[in-house]
Design a protein around this ligand. Structure first.
Ligand code: FE
Length: 248
């Protein structure tokens, strides 16, 4: 567990070591503002029990107002029903994926608390302060959102910036870090077009920490700019598939 920010009634905590076995390492993030909480990408069933136990001492589970799902992957939504059953929270997921979520066994009693995020994004109020759901479609999912907290200036990027296998939690040497992010970004991002659009947008934002759902976080202007520069020059997805796309 790492506290990413703790000032002025906002606390941001990242859990990074709750997985086990073959499951891909994943980060779960919690944002607490004025004693109200939002859980981001809470993970699957095995993570659920552990995350529940870790959150309890931080603040009351009943104060979780929102559950945010950046997209539809199992490492994000598999335990959605558990979280909805033990809280009164509203869950948010792209309108593209809303009706896929119930296939993970969502109880009828809690279904009405799942809300669609429109393609253009939206802002919610947590503890009286705004949190933005920012469109990031095709990075990698076709219905995909990031969360931006204007207080902490943390951009929660979901799968963008994901690293697999890096033996640290904060990137200190971007060149060294490349080996852990490059295979993921080349294979999971469908095309460089939405990537370049993200870079343009991110450069206009004030970002102190870029926090992905897998692997190490990017902290500070220099490290974040190195990552954006990498993305701006990335060729990925179908652009690299060649004959493996099935065509000729
Ligand atoms: Fe994913």
């Amino acid at each position: 567990m790492i506290t990413l920010y703790d000032q002025n009634n906002t606390k941001s905590v990242m859990f990074h070591d709750l997985g086990s076995g073959l499951m891909v390492q994943a980060n779960q993030h919690i944002i607490i503002k004025n004693n109200e909480g939002m859980v981001l990408d809470p993970g699957g069933h095995k993570i659920y029990t552990q995350l529940f136990a870790k959150i309890t001492p931080l603040f009351p589970i009943s104060n979780i107002r929102y559950i945010f799902f950046s997209h539809q992957d199992p490492d994000i939504i598999a335990a959605a029903n558990g979280w909805l059953m033990v809280t009164e929270a509203k869950a948010f997921i792209s309108q593209v994926w809303l009706r896929f979520l119930p296939h993970f066994g969502i109880d009828r009693l809690v279904e009405h608390r799942i809300h669609a995020i429109p393609d253009e994004g939206m802002t919610v109020s947590l503890g009286g302060e705004p949190l933005q759901f920012i469109p990031a479609h095709f990075l990698h999912s076709p219905g995909n959102f990031m969360v931006y907290d204007p207080s902490s200036k943390i951009l929660y990027t979901g799968d963008l910036g994901a690293s697999i296998g890096a033996p640290y939690e904060i990137v200190s040497d971007f060149k060294e870090h490349l080996q852990y992010i490059d295979p993921f970004h080349k294979r999971y991002l469908p095309s460089s077009v939405p990537v370049k659009m993200f870079v343009k947008r991110a450069r206009e934002m004030e970002i102190d920490i870029l926090a992905p759902q897998h692997g190490a976080i990017f902290k500070g202007r220099e490290c974040i700019e190195q990552f954006l520069e990498y993305l701006d020059n990335l060729t990925c997805g179908f652009e690299l598939m060649g004959d493996n796309l099935g065509g000729s």
